[in-house]
Design a protein around this ligand. Sequence first.
Ligand code: IMP
Length: 430
Amino acid sequence: MPLDIIIGAQWGDEGKGRVVDLLAAQADFVARYNGGDNAGHTVTVGERTFKLHLIPSGIIHPHTVGLIGNGVVINPATLITEMETLAAAGVDVSHHRLRLSFAAHLITPAHRALDQAQESARGQAQIGTTMRGIGPAYTSKISRQGLRLIDMLDRKAFKDALTSHIRAINRQLVALYDAPSLELEPVLADFDCYVETLIPHICDVSAELNTALALGQRVLAEGAQGTLLDIDHGTYPFVTSSNPTAPGALVGLGLGVGNTGRVIGVTKAFQTRVGAGPFPTEVGGDLVLRLRGTGQNPWDEYGTTTGRPRRVGWLDTVLLRYAVRVNGLTELALTKLDILSGLPVIQLCVAYQDQEKKYSELPYGPACLSPFQAIYEHLPGWNQDIREVRRWEDLPAQARSYILRIEELSGIPVRLVSVGPEREQVIELA
Ligand code: IMP
C-alpha cells in the first residue's frame, strides 16, 4: 500500500524526523496530520540546521510535496516564519510544494494567552503544556467555535469572526483568570497579512491525497508528539489535545482505512518525557545526565520547542506493547542506541506489579499507571563505541541481544536502528 505512517511510540521526541528524512527519499507526498507548533523537528539543509514546528520535515527532499492536514492546528505566525526560513535556505515552499487543508483550524494569540492563563490557574496540577495554545485551539474546534483556513477566503466575514473570537476569549481571560485582555487591532492587522500569504496554499488535502493514492503515488504521514500523549490513548490528563496515534493520520488527512501500508513506530532505546505526568521507569542520580546529555549538543534531551530538560528513564516495553496495539504498528525504528554504550547494565521494564499481582498489560491503560511499579530485566551493556557501525553483524553481541529482546517483548521487528545524529548513522535491517 502506498500510505506509510510514522508515529511516536512514546511521549514524543523519539527522533521521528530522522525516520521521515530516510523514508521521504521515496515519497511523493509528506503530510502532517496532528498537533501544531508544540512539535519540534530538527532538520538539516546542507550545512544549516533548523527547528521546524509545523512544516513537514520531509519537504527538505526537493521532489516531495508537503501537506498540512485538517487534523493540524496552525499558528500562522509560526508557519510563515518557517516558510521564510526555509525559502532563505533555498527550499521551495511555494504553493506548488506546500499546501494546507482548508479544514485545518487556526491558533490565534487569544488561544496562546488562554493556554498560559489556564496553566497558571492549575497551580500544582499543571500539565506542563508548551504554551502554544494547542488545548484552547482544539477546544474551539470541538466546541464548533474555531476559525478554519477556509474562513480566510471571505476576508470581511473572517475579520468579523476573528473579532468575536478575540472578544469572547478576552472575556474568559479577565473574568475567569484575572489575566490581561488582548488588544484587538494588532491581532486583526497581523491576520490581515497572514491571509495574504496563506490563501494561495489552501487546498483540499484529502482530495489531493486520495487522487495521489489512486495513481499509486507514495504518501508518508508524519505524526507529531507520541502515542502516550494521545488525547484518547495517552496518560490522560497529561496529554496533548490531538490524536498522534496512527488512526489520527486517517482522520487528520481525510483518508480511508484501506490505504495503510507500513505503520512505523519510532522509539528511543530508552524513555524520555517532557512535562508533567506519570513516568514509572524514570531514573535519578548520575544516570540522568548520562542519558539526557548536558545540553551542549542539539541531540541532547532538551525540548526543541520549549528548551526544557527532558525527564529520562529505562525503556518501558509494557507501554511499547500498548503502542503496538493502539497504532497497529508493523515495525519499530529504534533511535539513540549509541547513548547506551558504556553502561554496564541496561534495564528493561517488562511488566508491572501492585501489592497483589504482576501485570504484563496495564489493566486500565497508561492513564492509570501510578499505582503500579515497574518490574525490570537486567541485560548486560557494551563498552564499544557503536557510532560508526552500519551493519547488524558489527554491533556488539550485547547490543544485538538488547534489540532482539525488544523485538520479542514488543512482538514486532526492529527495522531501523540509529547510532548517532547524522543522516548516515543508521543500520537498516532486513
Ligand atoms: P500541549 O500539547 O502544548 O498542550 O502540551 C501537553 C503535553 O504534551 C505537555 O506535557 C507537553 O510537554 C507535551 N508535548 C506537546 N508537544 C510535544 C512534543 O512535540 N514533544 C514532547 N512532548 C510534547
